[in-house]
Unconditional design. Structure first.
Length: 455
């Protein structure tokens, strides 16, 4: 009997390669059959009841509306039972604090879908940095990966006549200036990679045909995707170009509107960000640099101009341990925020670089038992002043949203209503020890002074 499974010597000896044909008739028929079998097995009254309960929770009008700041206003995309497709809306931060914020509805997607007889779903918006008075909306038909790009005027609440419009494709765009976009789109002959994403970055000028927009960056069709954005931190125009080789590997170049000039000399599996003249990076694998070897997920920082000039004297900002891991990092207002999981406790540290080193402070005032997350309030890093948002909850405390400002205590913005009375209960943290000696932390909910036993 012949084993049909692929091997390293014969990787293509796979009898199921036809499943890779995304739109293939045989593949689609197989998917339909699996869906039918799943619904027949699990799609009964119990499923319908659970679905309806979860939908009611999702559609509650007192859920916390999450926000992001663009310019002087905070924006939210809101969905509920009355607006299943959603409302794109904005208000001031002061108004948002109130029980009934005064929202300015920019786009009613349900009304648009009805007016245009289209199954529109929201895939996001990219506003012009600075003024934020124009946006490229990404609208998807039925939730597909492919989107239609359309220019929207936030002042009038309508689409711009003769504005930027791109037919449906896996695409994205960044504003280079008011009349030019960096277009990363699979639309057009030869513009897609084998993964179906953009193979090129084009400079698309207002009023011109995107099919004739000059290509300023491209990659091999075997790579996954490319995209570009604009770094507005410093003086002059700096564009960065990303070439995603695969799921975990990316090459980044910096240049200008004519194309890439300098490759960022970092390993392809490194995740990195720069901001206001400082670069921070971490690798998925061990990293030997500057005469030292660092374990995977170590975060290293350095002056970006010095790095571009050849300096490799990184400062170690975080090193993982057996029960300590770096979840993510990001820049905000000249500060680097580390999100750390320390023995399953959420910890957030704020690092500030200078010519003499990196100072470090811990964000306090958030619960140490439960789930917490921190992210920047501002949508654009170069516009950030250091304001952060934090969400937190535990088994007894409903989801809460805080505003974090440098050197200030967390400021509660919103809290969801409690689902039950938590009186007489506390949340405590304990550890169980497995037969092989592994320590396993767990959380217990119960009366005070009761330790309980791990089962």
């Amino acid at each position: 009997m012949i084993d049909p499974r692929p091997t390293t010597q014969a990787p293509d000896d796979d009898p199921y390669l036809w499943l890779e044909e995304i739109d293939g008739e045989r593949a689609l028929a197989w998917v339909e059959a699996q869906n039918a079998a799943t619904l027949a097995r699990f799609g009964g009254a119990r499923f319908a009841a659970d679905r309806d309960v979860l939908a009611a929770i999702y559609d509650r009008t007192d859920n916390i509306p999450l926000i992001a700041r663009r310019g002087s206003r905070v924006f939210n995309f809101w969905k509920d039972a009355e607006h299943p497709r959603g409302l794109w809306r904005a208000t001031s931060l002061d108004s948002y604090r109130g029980e009934q914020p005064r929202w300015d509805v920019l786009l009613d997607l349900d009304a648009l879908a009805t007016a245009e007889a289209e199954d529109w779903t929201w895939s996001g918006a990219v506003t012009i940095p600075g003024s934020h008075d124009r946006a490229i909306l990404m609208l998807s038909r039925g939730g597909a990966d492919a989107v239609v790009l359309r220019e929207f005027d936030l002042a009038t609440g309508g689409f711009v006549p003769e504005g930027f419009v791109l037919p449906e494709a896996k695409a994205g765009a960044a504003w280079l200036d008011r009349d030019n976009l960096l277009l990363s789109s699979a639309w057009g002959e030869g513009m897609a990679t084998s993964s179906g994403y953009a193979r090129t970055v084009r400079l698309w000028q207002r009023g011109t045909d995107p099919a004739t927009a000059p290509v300023i960056f491209e990659t091999d069709a075997s790579h996954m995707a490319v995209w570009a954005d604009v770094d507005r931190d410093g003086e002059g125009e700096r564009v960065w170009f990303a070439d995603r080789l695969g799921f975990f590997d990316t090459v980044v170049w910096i240049g200008d509107r004519t194309g890439p000039k300098t490759r960022i000399d970092l390993p392809t599996d490194a995740w990195f960000q720069w901001h206001r003249g400082w670069l921070v990076a971490r690798r998925r694998t061990a990293w030997t640099i500057g005469g030292r070897t660092h374990p995977p997920d170590t975060a290293l920082g350095i002056s970006f101009p010095a790095f571009l000039a050849g300096d490799r004297g990184f400062a170690k900002l975080f090193e993982p341990a057996e029960r300590r891991a770096l979840q993510r990092f990001f820049w905000s207002g000249g500060h680097l925020v580390l999100s750390i999981l320390d023995d399953l406790r959420p910890i957030f540290e704020v690092l500030t670089p200078s010519e003499t080193g990196w100072s470090r402070e811990r964000i306090t005032g958030l619960p140490e038992v439960g789930v917490a997350n921190v992210w920047p309030l501002d949508i654009r890093t170069e516009e950030s002043n250091g304001d952060l948002l934090a969400s937190a909850q535990d088994p007894l405390t409903p989801p809460s949203l805080f505003l974090l400002r440098p050197a200030a205590k967390p400021d509660l913005l919103k809290r969801a209503p409690p689902a039950f009375d938590p009186g007489g209960l506390v949340v405590t943290r304990h550890e169980a020890v497995s037969p092989d000696g592994t320590r396993i932390p767990y959380v217990q909910v119960g009366p005070p002074h009761k330790t309980g036993e791990a089962l």
